[in-house]
Structures are given as C-alpha cells and as structure tokens.
Write a protein of this length. Structure first.
Lengths: 651, 369
C-alpha cells in the first residue's frame, strides 16, 4: 500500500500531470459556475481528447474537472440563490441570506475553504478506507438504503420551520411530485395527465431552480435595491469567512467525514448528504442560531460535505463499477473509454492508479478552491449592483439552466408551474426544503422499499444494519426531548416554574390567505391524484397514495389548527408576486415562439431601458453580452435552444 | 400546463421531410459526388458515460479515422425516457443530408418492437452503417451446485430472485429464458444499471444474475475464480443463417438454446422460442447500431459503409474493440440492414403473446399503441 501511495504521489506531482489537471480544473470551474451545465457539459468538452491519451494524464484531466464541479456552483448558489446542481441546494439555504445581508464575500470564502478542507479530508479518509470498503458497500442492501431515505425524510421535521404540519404537507407534495412518471416496480405510467414530458418525471434541476431561485428573484424585484441590503466592507467579510471555518473546524471535520462515508453508499450520495449535514449542523450548533436566515454554519456544513462526498463516491465507482453520483457516472464512462475496467483489481493490481485518482482529486480540490477563493472578493461585488439591472441576466441564466435539463419546452413550463408553488410557499412561510427533500427522496424511498420487501420479505426490517440506522433516527429525535426533560426538571429548582417561557419559545403558528389557498389546493390535488392512481395495480399505486395521504393529512391539520383559533391570522400579499410570475410565463411563451436568443436579447434590452431606466447604451451593452454568452455556449458545447421563427431566421 | 409543444410540431415534420425530399434530387444533380460532410453529428439518446455513449465515442474515433476525409464527429447526448426521447427527437428533426446519425441500443429497439405508446420513430426510415453484437452470461450463487443439470434442478425447486432494470429492458430475453427453462426465478425491478443488479447478487440478495460479455470479464470472472459465482449458460451468438450457436468468448459454456432444445417436446418452432429469438436478434446480435436516415444520398451511404467495412479488417480496431465489447465481429452494411429488418419485424400475434406473458406470469402491465 505504501509503495503504491508513493508511486502515485510521484505521478500526481509530475509536471505534465499537473498541467493536464490544471486544464481539467479550468474547464470544471467554467462549467461548474454556469448553472445547469455541470459534469455532462464538461465531459462533452473533454471526452473527444480522452480516447488514445496516456491513462495517467487523462485521469488527471478528468479528475481535475470532476473535483471542482461541486465547488464552482457555489457562486450562483450564494450570490443569486440559484442552486447550480443538486449538490449545492442546501448551500442556498443560508448562503443567499448571507449575501442579502451584504456578507457574500464571507459566505463564499467560508464555502470555498470548507470545500477545500472537505475534499482533502475526503481523500485522506478514502486512502485507507478504500482498502476495506468492499464489505461495507456490500452490507448496504436495499433495506438499509430504504431506512436511510427515511432518515433523510426525517430531516423534514428539522427543516420545517414554524409549522410541522405545513412541513409535512410540503413534503407530501414533494413526494407526490417525485412519483410522477413511471412506477419503478411495474413500469406503469402514472400522474402524467397524458403529457409526454411528464412520462419521465420532473427533472431535479428544474425543481431546484423553481423552488429556490424564482421566488427570490420575484422578492428582490418587488423590494428593489440590490441583493445586499446592508453595506459592509467586503475585505472584512472575506477574512471573517476564513476565520469562521477555523472557528468551526470541528464541524468541518465531522461533516467531511460524514460526507465521505455516505458518499460511498451507491444510490444515495449527493442528493441527501448536504441536507443531512445541514440538518446535523442546525441541530447540534451551539450559541445563537439563525439557520435559514444566514447562519455561516449552514454554509460550512454542506460545503465541507459535498466535496468529501465526491471523493467517497469514487469507492463504489472504482470497486464495483456502480457510480455513486451523477458526476461519478460520467467519470466511469471516462474510465471505460481509457480501457480501465473498474473492479477488485483497482485495489490489487491497479492500486497505484486508484491512489493517483484519489490524490488528483484532493489536489484538484485545493487548486479549484484556491482559485475560487481569489475570485470570491471581486465576484461578490455583484451583490451591490441594483437588482433591476441583474434581473434579466439572472432570468436568462435560469431559463438557460432549466432548458438544459431535457431540452424540451416542457422544462420551462414546469419551471413556471413549480415556481408558482415555490412563490406561494415562500410568501406563506411553508418549508421549501421539505418539498425538495420529499421530491429528491421519493424515487429512492419507493424503489428501495419495494426491492427490500421483494428480496427479504418482512425480515428486511430486522436486519442488523436497519435496526442500527433506525436506532440512530430514534436517537436524533428523542435527544432534544430528553434534553428538554432534563431542563424542565432543573428549571423549577433554579428559576422557578415559568410556564410562559415555554410558549414564548415556540413560535405561534400563523395563517393567512395564501395558506388557505394552499390547503384547499392540496386537498383538491389529493382528490384528483387519488382518482388518477386508483386504477393502478397495488404495487404501482401504493406509494403515490401514501404521498397523497401525507400531504392531505398535513394540509388538514394545518387548516384545523387555524380553524380552532390556535393560529394568528396574518395578511399575506400575493398580487404583486403573481404579476411577476405571469410576466415570466409570458416571457416563456414569447421565447418559445420567437426563439430563446432573440427573446433574451429583446427582454434584456427592454427591461433595462424601461424598468431599470438605464441609458440605451448600457441596456444595449448588457443585451449584447447575453447574446454573445448564449451563442458562445451554443458553439462551444453544442447546446440547443428553442428555435422560434426569429432565431431560425437570424442564427 | 401547456400541451406538449413537440406534438404541435408533428405536422411540420412531414413538411420537412417533403421539403428535404424535394431538395434531394437538386443536390444530386448539381453535384454528382456529394462530398462527405466536414462534421458529423451523432445523436446518442443516452446520458454521458453509459454503455452506449462509451461505445459511440469509441466508434466515433475509429470511424473518423476510417473515412477518407477524416470528418470531425460530434456526440450529442439527448437522454430521457430510456432513450425514447432522444430517438423521437432525431426522428422528427434529423435531415437526410448525411451529417446526422443516430446511435441506438437494445433499450431503443425493444420499445419500438413492443409499440410503446411513447415511441414515434420507425426503424424502417433508417438504415444501419455498422452494428456491434454482444453476448452475455447467466451465473448463479455457488449454493445451487457446480454442474449445469444440478443447478437447473435446484433452480426449479428453490425460488430465487433476479435483479432487473425494467420488465421490457435488456434483460427481458433473459427473464424469458428462465421461464422457458421452468426455473423458479422471480424478477425484482427498479435497478438503475446492470451493475446494481450485480451488486444485489454479490450481496446475496439475488440468486442469479446476468451480465453482457465485457462486464462479465471485468467484474464476474474474479467472482468465479474465487468461488463466489458459477456460470450457468451463455445466450450464444447468431451465425449468418440466423441460428444461435456457442459464443466464441465462452466456448465451454452451453447456450440457453442448447439447454432449452434439450428439454422434451421443445422445438425451434415454439412461440416462446421464436419470441426469444427475435428479441435476442435485435437486442444482442445487433445490440448497438449506428444509423442514418434512409433517404441519404446513396453514394454517401456507400462511402460510410465502406469506411465501416474497412474497420472490420483493421487489426488495431479489432484489438481495441475486443476490449470494449468482446470478441465479436461488427456487422456492416447490407448484412446489418437485412438482419435488422428481420429482427425488428414482430407480428401482432407475437407482440400480444409477450404482453400476455408479462401480465399473466409477472403481473406487469405493458401498454402498447
């Protein structure tokens, strides 16, 4: 093992290897920063050169790219609230509020430094772990994977915010949205309204954009001003961010460790690990907590985890040829193209190659994060620009990203439809992460449950691994209860019985116009969806029915709470947000008729001139910039945009 | 939600084809020897890094070398719907100018044969340039025994599981093979790749598993050597007369056909065997296909096929291909076209037989057009 390690380190630091890796890092950052592209576009750039290259150098280039993709997407997550990939969704939760507080540089510096540490810790863990990982990966059967998805769903309780019932309903809606498409067990189509786009289910990236980014844009447009509401010194923020990571080094180490271990489990990996660590941080954090409103620990936790997770995902990829994440799947394709077959040989005869991969990953992480750290300060200036100037650029970027999901106009209409849900949720304070977690985990929960029952029958839930994980869930839930019990017992002795304190601690549930719309809408949806799946076979229909039940019960309870007068009635303005969303719908319709490039150009020009009231010259400059970006991407990455009649004539 | 915009474009397609058809003779007259385009775009209806994508990228390297003008070949991945989405898109949009080609796999061929309602493409409109066959092996847990007869008897007695992706995917002929041998093998669906299926086998959840040749060599051979798996039968390969014979990669392993036909009363004319043969032909004998629209200029098509033909005698290519797909010779040109036409032709009665078999035996409801 030591020989292989030394040999591989020699390979990693070879000059030609470093050059190719640097090239990979550059490409990875480029495609990582632009939302919606990610590894697939990077691969499209690299693959034509890969075949026939020397495997060591090609691997370096490949690893350089793969390693930094979860790093680059942090820029848009923090600065614009756009989750560039599934790995950065939890980062949005606190990263964007920090940017709004004028602390974008701090959030970015923390994020990149945590990414760097996470990547290196992941590589260190992996160096030893990969030798013994085989039995562990094999220990995770479908039953263990199912309870792990349950653990993920349990996070909803932590992330629900003020109202558990609303969180439950949101999660149910997410589960139902995730069940659209095909039943994994029987291949039956369900809940697709006969729309062909929905046969394949809704793409995750579209949901992420719709649920997080769109409501924020609308909110910023209404509020006017810049993203950063408070003006603080950027340099101070940058240094503060570095200090935050140092102060929270324990959290970084724990989350990176969790990330690298969870990453080794094929089939779950990236989608849950950032939420698990986010929830972990928000549960265990000491002192004042502002999770969801801009707590730096909410950025540090998922960012340390996701790069470590990318390291961990190499375990099933290299040992079993089963990719642990989307990027790993692409990496696997590259390996096959280089003529390297994954399997046991990767830790026996090819161990040096495996270590080259792992340490290239670590080095690329360092390189990528260092580059981003340097960029963080200048780029965070973006948050000072009046938002009306940015809005058309960000909108174009979101439409661009959404359309890369399946290259169908359905992506855009889904974006608007789910965006409406996101908007209502945000206005009424329903938990958007709960919806997203339900959506992300729906396919896993259903497939793994069905598979574990098929493979093991009811004995599936008596497996030792299952019992251990279930115990952990129980512990996570009961710990705060036990703590509170202890505190209550001590309180009468220390400060005397204080009944009012307890009620003041738990926020009073609120209810308003939008809540009413959501509750009624969900109940109606429940009835319609139930009708749709009622004709299905038992195993094909049971999961959507469960999702419907969770949603309907949550909605009913939230409604009942208001009915019984336990919630305070609040006014929830909705007219203005819906007008902006209508504007987006109109934009999408026009873009599908005229073509994306010309519509984006005209919209930017008009918006900046007439809404932002800037000079014609400025408007033209930004509009041309957008046109050049879209055309450049098209040429470079062989992308496609909706071709209306105007685009067809011009380009 | 608006109606699927692609649907509204449907009538357009006919116009485009008519338009292209009208232009075609123009080009042919104006330029007798149409030059090979500088850039070829290959639509791959699968994600980056999957088996078909890797094959396409491997082939693009060699095809570009083999064509005299060395065109640049761009791979355009359009994943979705288990390859149906991208193939539909190619069918509606691709123009027969020789620049646009399509790479498909068994999971594109099977839905077309079963007339999946999502399928709007038609293989009759396309013609193959080159096709790559593959074989595959079924292997079992060592507890079922060592000898073929012993294993089969045990598998008939003791119910066990087989981890599959979808009921109508690549493994369907294998599932049919189990049923035809009377084995008590029950499928568990929802695996995302054949690799996940193998993982279920290694965990001991599945008693039997199946891998195609290249994956078998890299991942199962070590298991067999360490006594954790026993190979049972291969699917075989199809010879030029369309008869399934022993796989050159596994000369010592009986084929499924041998085992089936050795059963009393079984014959090649059985409906089940005919169905198996059809799906084997389109899913394995011609697993990966490089296709162009049929209306492509005949001389251009001949040039492409000549490029492909030259590859079959290129020792470097054959050595590289052996590592990628196993020791199988690619099928090119007219031969591939003939085999494809015969493989894709499934009578209504046979299709109904498959639908009924899936429903009665496994409770799987397959929707057909």
């Amino acid at each position: 093992m030591i020989d292989a390690l030394v040999a591989s380190l020699g390979e990693v630091f070879r000059a030609s290897h470093l050059v190719y890796m640097g090239l990979g890092v550059m490409i990875g950052l480029l495609v990582g920063i632009i939302p919606g592209l990610g590894g697939i576009a990077g691969m499209a750039l690299l693959l034509p050169f890969l075949y026939g290259m020397e495997p060591g150098l090609a691997l370096g280039m490949l690893m350089g790219m793969v390693a930094v993709i979860p790093t680059g997407d942090t820029f848009t997550s923090v600065l614009m609230g756009i989750p560039g990939s599934s790995a950065s969704q939890a980062t949005v939760m606190d990263g964007f509020p920090l940017a709004k507080k004028g602390q974008a540089a701090r959030a970015l510096a923390s994020a990149f430094l945590s990414s760097l540490c996470g990547g290196v810790i992941g590589a260190i863990v992996l160096t030893g772990f990969i030798l013994v990982a085989r039995p562990l990966v094999l220990a995770f059967s479908s039953a263990e994977l199912f309870v792990l998805t349950l653990l993920g769903l349990a996070m909803v309780a932590v992330l629900s915010g003020d109202s558990l019932f609303k969180g439950m309903a949101a999660c149910g809606l997410g589960l139902l949205a995730g069940a659209i498409g095909t039943a994994p067990a029987t291949g039956e189509f369900r809940l697709n309204l006969g729309v062909e786009y929905l046969f394949d289910g809704i793409p995750l990236i579209v949901v992420g954009l719709a649920i997080f980014a769109l409501p924020e844009i609308v909110d910023l447009l209404i509020r006017r001003g810049s993203i950063a509401r408070e003006q603080t010194s950027l340099g101070h923020g940058w240094r503060q961010g570095i200090r935050d990571v140092v102060d929270n080094r324990g959290l970084v180490a724990k989350c990176a460790g969790m990330g690298s271990l969870i990453g080794t489990i094929p089939g779950l990996a990236g989608s849950v690990v950032d939420w698990l660590t986010y929830a972990f941080a928000s549960k265990t954090a000491k002192g004042e907590k502002h999770f969801g409103q801009g707590d730096i620990r909410g950025v540090i936790a998922p960012e340390s985890a996701n790069n470590a997770c990318a390291c961990g995902a190499m375990v099933p990829t290299l040992l079993f040829g089963v990719p642990g994440s989307g990027t790993a799947a692409i990496f696997l394709g590259g390996l096959l193209l280089l003529g390297l077959e994954p399997g046991v040989s990767m830790i026996t005869t090819h161990l040096d190659l495996t270590y080259t991969i792992i340490w290239s990953l670590a080095l690329a992480n360092i390189l990528g994060a260092a580059l981003c750290l340097m960029l963080a300060r200048p780029v965070s200036q973006l948050t000072r620009i009046p938002f009306v100037l940015l809005a058309p650029v960000i909108t174009t970027l979101i439409l661009f990203a959404a359309f890369q999901a399946t290259r169908s106009l359905g992506d855009w209409y889904t974006l608007v439809a789910v965006g409406a849900i996101g908007l209502l949720f945000k206005q009424a304070g329903w938990s958007r992460p709960a919806f997203l977690i339900g959506f992300v985990l729906a396919p896993g929960a259903e497939t793994y449950f069905y598979q574990s029952v098929q493979f093991h029958g009811m004995a599936a839930f008596l497996r030792p691994g299952v019992i251990i994980i279930l115990g952990l869930i129980a512990l996570a839930f009961s710990l705060p209860l036990i703590k509170r019990l202890f505190q209550r017992r001590q309180q009468p002795l220390a400060v005397g019985a204080d009944v009012n304190r307890q009620t003041a601690d738990t926020p009073v549930p609120t209810f308003g116009k939008i809540d009413l719309v959501l509750v009624v809408g969900m109940l109606a949806l429940a009835a319609a969806a139930w009708y749709d799946v009622s004709g299905m076979s038992m195993i094909g229909g049971i999961f959507p029915m469960l999702a419907i039940a969770i949603m309907a019960i949550g909605a009913l309870l939230a409604g009942a709470q208001a009915w019984k007068g336990q919630a305070t009635w609040v006014s929830q303005p909705i007219g203005q947000p819906l007008t902006w969303l209508g504007g987006l719908l109109a934009l999408v319709v026009v873009a599908s008729l005229l073509g994306f490039i010309s519509t984006a150009f005209l919209m930017t020009l008009g918006f900046i001139r007439f809404v932002a009231k800037a000079r014609w010259s400025a408007a033209l400059l930004i509009a041309i910039g957008i046109g050049v970006f879209l055309l450049g991407m098209q040429a470079l990455l062989n992308l496609h945009y909706p071709m209306g009649w105007l685009d067809a004539m011009l380009f | 939600m608006h109606a699927k915009p692609k649907l509204s474009r449907m009538p357009c397609r006919r116009w485009w084809i008519a338009f292209a058809l009208a232009l075609l003779p123009l080009f042919a007259e104006a330029d007798d020897v149409q030059p090979t385009p500088d850039t070829l775009t290959w639509t791959v209806p699968f994600g980056v890094g999957g088996g078909t994508d890797v094959w396409a990228r491997f082939m693009s390297h060699w095809m570009a070398q083999s064509l005299p003008s060395h065109p640049a070949i761009v791979i355009d991945n359009v994943p979705g719907g288990g390859s149906i989405t991208g193939t539909n898109l190619f069918y509606t949009r691709a123009q027969p100018n020789g620049e646009e080609m399509l790479v498909t796999s068994a999971s594109t061929q099977f839905p077309a044969m079963l007339q999946d309602p999502r399928v709007r493409f038609d293989y009759d409109e396309w013609t193959p340039i080159i096709a790559a066959p593959t074989g595959g092996v079924v292997y079992v847990q060592p507890r079922f025994g060592k000898e073929t007869g012993e294993i089969l008897d045990n598998l008939r007695e003791e119910p066990t599981k087989f981890a599959m992706q979808t009921p109508t995917g690549l493994e369907m002929p294998v599932m049919l093979a189990f049923d035809m041998l009377g084995l008590a093998v029950e499928p568990v669906f929802g695996m995302r790749s054949r690799g996940e299926g193998r993982l279920a086998f290694e965990r001991g959840e599945a008693g039997v598993d199946f891998q195609t040749t290249s994956a078998y060599f890299s991942s199962v051979t070590p298991l067999v050597e360490s006594g954790q798996a026993v190979p049972l039968f291969s699917l075989g390969v199809m010879n030029e007369e369309g008869v399934i014979v022993r796989d050159p990669a596994f000369p010592d392993l009986p084929t499924f056909s041998e085992l089936y036909l050795a059963q009393p009363g079984a014959s090649r004319d059985d409906v089940a065997y005919e169905v198996f043969h059809k799906f084997f032909a389109s899913g394995y004998a011609l697993q990966k296909l490089l296709l162009v629209p049929k209306q492509v200029d005949a001389k251009l098509l001949a040039r492409y096929r000549a490029g492909a033909k030259a590859l079959t005698t290129n020792a470097d290519f054959l050595a590289a291909a052996r590592r990628q797909v196993g020791p199988y010779e690619p099928v090119v040109g007219e031969v591939a076209a003939r085999q494809l036409a015969s493989a894709m032709e499934l009578s209504d009665a046979r299709r109904q037989w498959v639908v009924d078999w899936l429903k009665d035996r496994y409770g799987v409801r397959v929707v057909t057009r």
